[in-house]
Write a protein that binds this ligand. Structure first.
Ligand SMILES: C[S@@+](CC[C@H](N)C(=O)[O-])C[C@H]1O[C@@H](n2cnc3c(N)ncnc32)[C@H](O)[C@@H]1O
Length: 205
């Protein structure tokens, strides 16, 4: 299988299969361009994904909501790990990523992708009669969002979190630390160098 390797200055190699790019009907350059518009330069590494998902109780989780599905690297891991009756709702505004993930994960009946903004999540949950969410996994590029809207989104997520639930957000800088701390009473932080770019992970409850 052909692979596109992106070599970073710390010798971390990000590998993207050309097959993935082909399925999305993009040239490698268009693919990188699409990624960079989405607030990153490469999909999350397996190291970052592992740290994002490490506190999730996959046996007990009933509803997981994902913000910013991208090409589905976190989505796929969640679907692999969670129970068959755990509902995963994933939001993605980019129609190319949405179409790609819809096809890629079509065999999972517990997967519900939305080509809608994360800001619409409450409306979608209401339509399904869902009152509580066990985990939010957010890859949203907070740095590119309106700060008041981002804060309102976190507040809305907090009100609907189940008792032992968490919101997990990764970011490439600490710029929005204060915003996240202002919403959630308990925030623990993690970091991985093994991602392009290196990332901070917030576990919020
Ligand atoms: C940094 S990428 C992360 C993609 C993937 N989850 C990963 O970790 O590699 C952020 C994604 O969020 C999407 N996005 C940005 N704003 C959004 C919004 N308001 N609602 C839903 N998705 C959004 C972008 O299109 C992009 O695919």
């Amino acid at each position: 299988m052909d692979k596109l390797h992106i070599l970073c200055n710390n010798n971390l190699i990000i590998t993207i299969t050309i097959n993935t790019i082909n399925i999305m009907n993009l040239t490698p350059l268009e693919y990188i361009n699409t990624l960079s518009k989405s607030g990153t330069v490469a999909p999350s590494s397996k190291f970052l994904i592992k740290k994002c998902l490490k506190n999730i109780d996959f046996k007990e989780a009933k509803v997981i909501v994902e913000f910013g599905m991208g090409e589905g690297c976190i989505t796929g891991e969640i679907l692999k790990k969670c129970a068959k009756d755990t509902l995963l709702l994933s939001f993605e505004i980019n129609p190319k990523f949405y179409d790609y993930c819809q096809g890629k994960f079509k065999d999972y009946s517990n997967f519900k992708p939305y080509n809608e903004s994360a800001f619409e999540f409450k409306k979608c949950l209401n339509e399904l009669g869902i009152e509580k969410v066990d985990y939010f996994i957010s890859s949203l590029p907070i740095a590119l969002l309106d700060k008041q809207k981002a804060e309102a989104l976190f507040q809305e997520a907090k009100t609907i979190l189940s008792t032992n639930g968490q919101l997990i957000q990764y970011q490439y800088s600490l710029n929005n630390r204060r915003l996240i701390n202002s919403v959630f009473p308990k925030v623990t932080m993690d970091f991985t160098f093994l991602n392009l770019p290196p990332a901070f992970i917030y576990h919020c409850s």
